[in-house]
Design a binder for this molecule. Structure first.
Ligand SMILES: [Mg+2]
Length: 185
């Protein structure tokens, strides 16, 4: 029988944790996008923001973002950030309503976390991953996608509670992983 004395149970668990954290761990975790220090990030050379829509800027059950989100986006544009909303949402009327209200560029049906859409955005906006920050409320979409292409990633707590069982379970898993990454467990 072949044995791997160096690969005990703890080693395996640590390796799994390393792999998961390499792709799913955000650089930063905030309770809301409103808590992000954009001036500091701009001073570090970041120029571009890829921001998720549902439960990051707008609660999934609401049609429009709150006014404070509109003010945030206006402020970012005034400060010369390149802002692109990046959503996997497939409902064009909802996305258009939000984009018209916020007056900002958007890509919907983005297929996060696959990397193609990010590369297209970098090319169209004359930017690159090292200058880009991805912000969103889902580890397996927003954070994984950003990490795969090499962007800085910021996880924000979802704005609203989820209603479907699948989404509730998904959020439980994300919270569990975040605790592992933040060494709470
Ligand atoms: Mg979202």
């Amino acid at each position: 029988m072949v044995s791997f004395p160096h690969m005990n149970k703890i080693n395996i668990l640590e390796n799994v944790r390393d792999i998961l954290s390499a792709y799913l761990m955000p650089e930063d975790h905030k309770t809301s996008i409103l808590e992000v220090d954009f001036d500091f990030l701009q001073s570090k050379g970041f120029t571009t923001l890829l921001i998720d829509i549902d439960n990051t800027l707008v609660e999934r059950k609401y049609s429009f973002p709150e006014w404070k989100m509109k003010q945030l986006i206006d402020d970012l544009k005034t400060k010369k950030w390149t802002v692109v909303l990046l959503s996997n949402n497939r409902k064009l009327p909802r996305v258009l309503r939000i984009v018209d209200f916020l007056e900002v560029n958007c890509i919907y049906k983005a297929l996060k976390p696959f990397p193609w859409v990010y590369k297209k955005i970098f090319k169209e906006n004359f930017t690159e991953a090292s200058k880009t920050i991805c912000i969103g409320d889902q580890l397996f979409m927003d954070i994984l996608g950003g990490n795969i292409v090499g962007c800085r990633t910021i996880y924000v707590d979802p704005l609203g509670a989820e209603e479907s069982r699948f989404r509730i379970g998904y959020i439980w898993l994300e919270r569990y992983l975040l605790k592992i990454f933040e060494n709470v467990l």
